[in-house]
Design a protein around this ligand. Structure first.
Ligand SMILES: *[C@@H]1O[C@H](CO)[C@@H](O)[C@H](O)[C@H]1NC(C)=O
Ligand SMILES: *[C@@H]1O[C@H](CO)[C@@H](O)[C@H](O)[C@H]1NC(C)=O
Ligand SMILES: *[C@@H]1O[C@H](CO)[C@@H](O)[C@H](O)[C@H]1NC(C)=O
Length: 279
């Protein structure tokens, strides 16, 4: 038989459990009075405001030391990496099937939008073969040298909108990464070779695959807003014997003091990609 004592005990238990959340007799919430809670909240409020203030102050002091125009910490001017477009190191397509090379053509076309005459209208004609040195100084906008898309000739996408992919002589564009203040000595040009097969002919645009000095130095994203990197296009004159084979092509920047043989960095001044054409 359940005793009435048990019931009473359990009733007391629940009431003391409820009391620990809110005790109506003492007015305590979770064992503390309203005043005590207010003090705790006040303490944390002041504490966090203090932390936020400290953070904002150190951030502000640090930002004061930064310059919008030039990166602060740079011990020496690094060497640029070489990059190709289309954006793939493994180019493979069927020259008789437009669906297979459409992605490459699209990639090239969209990359070249910035080099359209309409986009380049505002840029200036600079003196070929000379650095375009400009007065330093904060807040001064630098002029940018015009790069005409037409310089890329058969690889410009203007006369041949398929960039040679439909005829099995695909174009690849090369550019160096932007490095602020870089002034390459000598006359940098691109030289591409097919590994284990030197018979593949290459056509370079502009002539001899040169990067004109007038596009250097670069003054930084903010100061040199309209800057465009010079491009070199390589058209691989593949023949029937080259189809159905995976060719490894290595392109290097030569003729200048730019490094292209760093053992640890395969993309410093050079790039290697594979290309396979089927028909
Ligand atoms: C390439 O595409 C053509 C046309 O669609 C097709 O006849 C041919 O078999 C394809 N070649 C290969 C190797 O897939
Ligand atoms: C750039 O030129 C190409 C070819 O003339 C044209 O199709 C494209 O619409 C142009 N793009 C811009 C942004 O002017
Ligand atoms: C391109 O590189 C190859 C292999 O390194 C070399 O034999 C050739 O002379 C170079 N061509 C030019 C124009 O530098």
């Amino acid at each position: 038989m359940a005793s009435t004592e048990d019931k009473a005990a359990s009733k007391e238990n629940t009431s003391s459990w409820k009391d620990s959340i809110y005790n109506p007799r003492t007015g305590e919430l979770l064992g503390r009075t309203a005043g005590s809670w207010a003090l705790i909240l006040l303490f944390y409020l002041v504490f966090y405001c203090f932390l936020a203030g400290m953070f904002a102050l150190t951030m502000w002091v640090m930002l004061l030391t930064l310059d919008d125009y030039v990166p602060r910490y740079r011990d020496r001017i690094p060497n640029p990496g070489l990059v190709i477009r289309p954006n793939s190191l493994d180019i493979s397509f069927n020259k008789s099937d437009p669906h297979k090379y459409a992605q490459y053509v699209k990639n090239l076309e969209s990359f070249l939008q910035r080099y359209n005459d309409t986009e380049q209208e505002g840029n200036e004609d600079c003196i070929s073969g000379e650095y375009t040195l400009q007065e330093d100084g904060e807040g001064v906008s630098k002029k940018a040298c015009r790069f005409r898309r037409a310089l890329l000739s058969f690889c410009s996408g203007l006369s041949d909108t398929n960039f040679g992919y439909h005829e099995g002589n695909p174009c690849v564009l090369l550019k160096m990464n932007r490095i602020i203040g870089l002034k390459p000595h000598g006359d940098p040009y691109i030289n591409c070779t097919v590994k284990k097969d030197n018979l593949v002919q290459m056509h370079y645009f502009p002539k001899e695959g040169r990067f004109d000095k007038m596009y250097f130095p670069y003054y930084g994203k903010k100061a040199h807003e309209k800057y465009v990197q010079p491009l070199v296009a390589v058209k691989l004159m593949l023949t029937k014997e080259d189809y159905n084979k995976e060719l490894t092509v290595e392109c290097k920047v030569e003729g200048s003091d730019l490094r292209n043989n760093d053992e640890r960095d395969k993309f410093l001044g050079r790039v290697t990609f594979r290309i396979k054409v089927v028909e």
